[in-house]
Design a protein around this ligand. Structure first.
Ligand SMILES: *[C@@H]1O[C@H](CO)[C@@H](O)[C@H](O)[C@H]1NC(C)=O
Ligand SMILES: *[C@@H]1O[C@H](CO)[C@@H](O)[C@H](O)[C@H]1NC(C)=O
Ligand SMILES: *[C@@H]1O[C@H](CO)[C@@H](O)[C@H](O)[C@H]1NC(C)=O
Ligand SMILES: *[C@@H]1O[C@H](CO)[C@@H](O)[C@H](O)[C@H]1NC(C)=O
Ligand SMILES: *[C@@H]1O[C@H](CO)[C@@H](O)[C@H](O)[C@H]1NC(C)=O
Ligand SMILES: *[C@@H]1O[C@H](CO)[C@@H](O)[C@H](O)[C@H]1NC(C)=O
Length: 516
């Protein structure tokens, strides 16, 4: 098909491959070097981290790429020669590296097969291409092709020269190792352990499923076939009823077992600091589900009206801790079931909250931005027609909205509330409004035991007992935020809303006048 040929042409400048008489190929010098690596350490002599770094430098040289930072080579040496046990390193260089090189040699063939199989899904072509800003689109990749692309990144073989102009995030793994050397930390070592574990797993048993990556857009202009980026009056007049919200003080989003939209507290550049030294929610996800990393190959920075949906990558590693206490804790076998497209039945929604805007988060324009961002993540644009019809009838309740997707709720937590500095009480309400408006049947909210959210369950019951619509709750949120911004209240949203919450022992009286 011509269109898939176009997709291939558009993506090639970001790949270390060339096109000769319509065949995708490695440059001969690179192919030769990879062939030697694939024959094993007896032939290649590559049996240590130090020599591996030299092999990578040679490969990059054969592609005429600039040298890597010297600390990167030292990082490879320190990981494989000092941090890894001798036995493990023996297996790594004797068995794993040759297989990875072999997989990389097959990258051109895997790409050809990929474009031959590419089809149409929900009216969108599924071939690999840049999913550029303001264009909704989807890419379906086999787990085997993803594995080959990740080996390419691990060997630092993606050209970086064209990426900046397209706002593409970092993809090569060189900085992971550079930081390991320059600012050694145990959690950085354990991030790399997760990646190494992934490569060991795919070498012993290549997964054969598929993963889709979708750029979701709420168009800014009038658009008849899609739901557009809402204005404030859309929210303030919304007649939609609030969905069910269940608060959990313990538990983790990624351990949730039924099909749901799991929120990735993303950076606007997907993956955030995963390939540098970051180690919070999004970055941990990227380490335990390394297939997520491949999104950096073709997904440029997200704009305010965009989110990314990934259905879904496999989880390979278990872990404990968070940030500096993060540790790889062994294998994880993903038991999530597979859909008819070969994708695991969990969806990850990457949506970036506003970062470090302080008190400005209470301004109307930023409340709108955050609510719309979450709405973009939670809405299903393929149901736009159905959705708009419901709206015209002005008669909507998520409880009554039932179809095949009706069971898929949202699983989330303190989105944008860590280093991004968001107000967790406000962010909870924002996500609840967005999920309700997107007609999701429920939100499961993990509070991570955050103090401000201790009363969340009671607050939710209180709000639900008032039968407020999305519009009414939005107006109350705006009212509070305005007062907070002007310094007319210093209370948190929940205490402002329900004064009796102040005194923990008081049962909430359901007939309290509301605080507006
Ligand atoms: C969008 O549509 C409305 C009503 O159809 C119209 O009044 C408005 O001018 C349009 N806006 C743009 C930017 O086209
Ligand atoms: C509506 O928006 C979608 C997604 O951005 C775009 O693909 C489509 O061409 C737009 N349609 C119209 C009529 O503007
Ligand atoms: C990994 O963690 C999951 C979920 O916590 C657990 O069920 C599983 O047993 C762990 N896997 C191993 C191999 O310990
Ligand atoms: C993955 O998608 C391809 C088409 O792109 C299809 O042929 C294959 O059956 C799918 N794999 C699974 C496990 O469903
Ligand atoms: C509104 O919803 C109710 C309950 O689902 C239904 O009985 C009624 O016919 C609907 N009204 C309109 C105008 O669609
Ligand atoms: C909320 O709705 C329920 C069921 O429709 C009703 O029984 C209850 O009285 C309503 N509560 C308020 C405060 O309006």
């Amino acid at each position: 098909m011509d269109s898939t040929r176009n997709d291939l042409h558009s993506i090639l400048p970001f790949f270390p491959l060339i096109l000769r008489s319509s065949a995708v190929l490695w440059l001969p010098a690179a192919e030769e070097a990879l062939m030697l690596l694939s024959k094993g350490s007896i032939h290649s002599n590559i049996n240590s981290g130090k020599l591996f770094a030299i092999a990578i430098a040679d490969l990059r040289n054969s592609l005429e790429f600039p040298s890597l930072h010297p600390s990167t080579s030292l990082g490879f040496a320190s990981f494989f020669d000092h941090l890894m046990s001798k036995d493990e390193a023996g297996k790594w260089f004797g068995e794993i590296v040759p297989r990875l090189a072999d997989l990389l040699l097959r990258l051109p063939a895997l790409l050809e097969t990929h474009y031959q199989n590419a089809g149409i899904f929900n009216g969108m072509e599924t071939g690999l291409k840049l999913l550029e800003s303001q264009q909704s689109g989807i890419v379906f990749l086999s787990q085997e092709l993803i594995a080959a692309l990740l080996v390419c990144a691990f060997f630092c073989l993606f050209p970086t020269i064209n990426r900046g102009a397209k706002h593409l995030p970092r993809i090569n793994f060189d900085n992971l190792f550079m930081y390991l050397h320059e600012r050694y930390s145990v959690n950085q070592e354990h991030k790399i352990k997760c990646i190494i574990h992934y490569f060991e797993r795919i070498c012993s048993d290549m997964p054969m499923g598929n993963v889709s990556f979708e750029r979701k857009v709420l168009p800014l202009e009038n658009n008849t076939s899609n739901i557009v980026y809402p204005e404030t009056h859309f929210w303030s007049k919304s007649p939609v009823s609030l969905c069910h919200l269940e608060a959990h003080t313990s538990g983790l989003i990624e351990d949730h077992s039924t099909e749901a939209l799991e929120v990735d507290f993303a950076n606007k550049n997907i993956g955030g600091g995963a390939l540098k030294k970051g180690c919070v929610q999004e970055e941990i996800r990227f380490m335990i589900n390394p297939e997520l990393i491949v999104s950096s190959v073709f997904l440029p920075t997200m704009a305010d009206n965009e989110a990314i949906e990934i259905v879904v990558t496999e989880r390979y590693s278990n872990y404990t801790g968070y940030a500096s206490s993060f540790r790889f804790s062994g294998d994880n076998v993903d038991k999530k079931s597979i859909d008819e497209m070969g994708r695991r039945r969990t969806r990850k929604i990457a949506m970036d909250a506003l970062s470090r805007i302080g008190k400005k988060q209470y301004k109307l324009e930023y409340l709108l931005r955050e609510t719309n961002k979450a709405f973009c993540g939670f809405i299903d644009q393929t149901k736009a027609q159905q959705y708009q019809t419901l709206f015209e009838e002005n008669n909507i309740s998520s409880k009554e909205y039932s179809d095949s997707d009706g069971e898929i709720g949202v699983v989330t937590g303190n989105w944008g509330c860590g280093s991004f500095g968001g107000d967790p009480e406000v962010k909870t309400i924002i996500q609840w409004l967005a999920a309700s408006q997107a007609l999701r049947p429920f939100v499961i909210y993990y509070t991570f035991n955050l103090e401000g959210l201790q009363k969340l369950e009671r607050v939710v019951q209180w709000i639900l007992s008032r039968n407020w619509t999305v519009g009414e709750l939005w107006n109350i949120l705006v009212d509070y935020s305005t007062k907070r911004l002007k310094g007319e209240t210093k209370l948190g949203l929940f205490n402002w809303l329900i004064p009796s919450l102040h005194n923990d022992n008081n049962p909430i009286t359901l007939d309290m006048p509301c605080a507006t």
